[in-house]
Write a protein that binds this ligand. Structure first.
Ligand SMILES: NC(=O)c1ccc[n+]([C@@H]2O[C@H](COP(=O)([O-])OP(=O)(O)OC[C@H]3O[C@@H](n4cnc5c(N)ncnc54)[C@H](O)[C@@H]3O)[C@@H](O)[C@H]2O)c1
Length: 319
């Protein structure tokens, strides 16, 4: 059933994925964006002026503010998080607190407010660790060694995912978890290799690769991510499940990615190598059969088209 006439709260709604989702949902629904504006993609869009969109500035670490925001909502999408490896390395304590305690606040508020239709929350492909070839949802999650800052993010997200499913089992909260695999596209204003490569390539400035560039990733265009989100909100089969969301065909090494960006955009950027800053993911490609079988989801945008469409957005914008 298409979503219509609902009150939908998106935590992290001013961010990259949240604001892209909101633009689709606000056509037929009332959308509340709950965000502390630590990042702000919204300022680069007209979305906040849409009559069906309301921005509430608040922090998910404030339980009363979260409860106030979700009261009366039938649908909650919990996208607020500390994300992006640079921020995680700089602020591991805040990462753990926002992603675990913040998620606990959102889930408790949803249960108290009796959110009836759907609570979608975001985990991450990082839970599969550094070697993840065609990983499916029932593969073991890898916790990574304690003390290595990179794994703080995966552990914090995995804790949120477990808590979400505990709320489903114990309180019947209609929870769905999505595990995105390297999402990119227009509106990405935080971190992410592909947006950095595209912005450097458009300016013909050097592109830095951390490590030797052999790391392998699958790149998912944000419109595909939002397609998966819409299906997770609409399909009853989604409830109580976790889904990988990614494009297993848009696979390249990080060096191949830099070369592809330069070729597609006709850039003269030089590619430079720098020492790796942290533990890295060597290989990450999703198995997406579950999302296809239960949600009817398949990624559609190939890498070169995605790079062109993303570059259009950055061209002429000062971020
Ligand atoms: N983009 C990806 O490739 C990717 C991959 C895996 C998981 N995810 C997850 O998807 C979700 C959305 O990611 P995104 O790429 O849109 O990130 P983003 O950083 O653009 O958006 C996150 C939003 O959360 C807000 N936020 C942060 N801390 C907050 C707090 N304490 N209270 C309220 N708001 C707060 C930020 O201001 C920001 O607008 C996140 O949960 C992220 O962990 C994203």
């Amino acid at each position: 059933m298409p979503l219509q006439g609902k009150r939908i709260v998106i935590t992290g709604g001013a961010g990259f994925i949240g604001s892209t989702l909101a633009a689709r949902l606000c056509v037929d629904n009332q959308v509340v964006l709950f965000d502390n504006l630590a990042r702000d993609t919204l300022q680069h869009t007209q979305l906040a002026q849409h009559p069906n969109v309301q921005l509430v500035r608040g922090d998910i670490l404030d339980p009363a503010a979260v409860l106030g925001a979700v009261q009366g909502a039938q649908v909650v999408v919990h996208a607020a998080a500390i994300a992006g490896i640079d921020t995680v390395l700089k602020s591991p304590v805040r990462t753990m607190e926002v992603n675990m305690i913040g998620t606990a606040n959102v889930l408790r508020a949803c249960a108290q407010a009796k959110v009836s239709d759907r609570v979608v929350e975001f985990s991450t492909s990082e839970v599969f660790g550094s070697m993840a070839y065609r990983v499916s949802e029932d593969n073991h999650a890898v916790a990574g060694s304690a003390g290595e800052a990179r794994w703080v993010y995966a552990v914090s997200k995995l804790a949120g995912e477990h808590l979400a499913h505990a709320y489903y089992r114990e309180h019947g909260l209609p929870v769905v978890t999505l595990r995105p695999f390297n999402v990119y596209g227009p509106g990405q204003t935080g971190e992410g290799a592909l947006q950095i490569f595209i912005r450097r390539a458009l300016a013909n400035e050097p592109i830095s690769i951390y490590g030797d560039g052999t790391q392998i990733r699958a790149w998912c265009f944000v419109d595909d991510m939002v397609d998966a989100l819409m299906l997770a909100l609409e399909k009853p089969e989604a409830v109580g499940e976790s889904f990988n969301v990614g494009n297993a065909r848009a696979v390249t090494t990080v060096f191949g990615l830099a070369e592809t960006v330069c070729r597609v955009l006709g850039s003269k950027s030089q590619i430079q190598f720098r020492d790796a800053l942290s533990a890295d993911i060597e290989l990450r490609i999703p198995e997406t059969g579950k999302a296809k079988a239960l949600l009817g989801f398949s990624a559609r945008v190939d890498l070169e088209e995605g790079i062109r469409r993303t570059a259009e957005w950055y061209r002429g914008r000062t971020l």
